[in-house]
Ligand binder design. Sequence first.
Ligand SMILES: NC(=O)c1ccc[n+]([C@@H]2O[C@H](COP(=O)([O-])OP(=O)(O)OC[C@H]3O[C@@H](n4cnc5c(N)ncnc54)[C@H](OP(=O)(O)O)[C@@H]3O)[C@@H](O)[C@H]2O)c1
Length: 269
Amino acid sequence: MPDDLPKSTAPRPVTLITGGSQGIGRAFADCFAERGDILYLVARNENLLRIAADELKNRWNCEVHIAAIDLMEHDATSRLMDHIERQGFYVDNLVNSAAIAFIGSFGNSDPKDIKALMQLNITTTTELTHRSLAGMLKRGRGGVLNIASLSGFIPMANLAIYSASKSYLISLTRALAEEVRETPIKISVVAPGPVDTSFVKHGGTAVQSFAPLLTPASVARMSYEGFLAGQTVITPGFLGAFSRLGIKIIPHAILLRLLKPLLNKIYIE
Ligand SMILES: NC(=O)c1ccc[n+]([C@@H]2O[C@H](COP(=O)([O-])OP(=O)(O)OC[C@H]3O[C@@H](n4cnc5c(N)ncnc54)[C@H](OP(=O)(O)O)[C@@H]3O)[C@@H](O)[C@H]2O)c1
């Protein structure tokens, strides 16, 4: 991550999108670019970041910066945020989209996978939110859009750490939204069902036979509009709203039993 930009006198605002090279994060980049934001995209694969940046510049004639960084590294937040500030920017909007998941029984999981998931989905996401929000509170403007999942509303056997990490994110966002309620800062969490991205590529076809997949573009568009409207918890699409209602009224003990064989069928068998 070389400091490749001259510092301007006053820091300029950027919309920072983790996981901005692909999938839902990439689709959010279109929404924020369309309204003229300067984008700052982060992911590990530099080549894919460059491709995304070129597409966005060609399509929206916007300013796009990239940083290839592994957000699973323990010091990723300070390295990234220091780098952004050294380049003469501040984070005006933050979209936390990068996350990982793995399927299988918790007891048989590799401790390295557990640690990596917790580092990215929980620790880095929280640290980025904290550091960005501190600046937003001082400036009295900005917003955070966290990408959780419908699985964050219920405990899920064989997807235990992932669904727990998304529960954490929903809970964190709800609390923060209340903390900033009387300020102009917007904080939202998106909880989509299955979306057609590389995230579900292994089980994608099978998922599709149970539920139609949403497109990343439609998820991003509906969520972006909800975010601007000040909605705290956004469940995109009819299936999202329907599932959330079902999760509210059906006891979790029953849902846990119903979803376990479904997940096994989709991902494990
Ligand atoms: N797809 C679904 O069905 C679905 C459903 C509900 C919720 N979600 C949530 O939506 C969000 C986005 O998922 P997606 O479907 O868009 O996934 P995706 O298409 O696989 O994109 C994931 C993005 O995150 C980046 N990323 C992954 N690990 C990273 C790391 N260690 N450091 C930095 N960047 C990293 C990836 O780039 P690199 O690999 O190059 O790093 C990529 O840009 C996630 O939070 C996911 O939990 C997805």
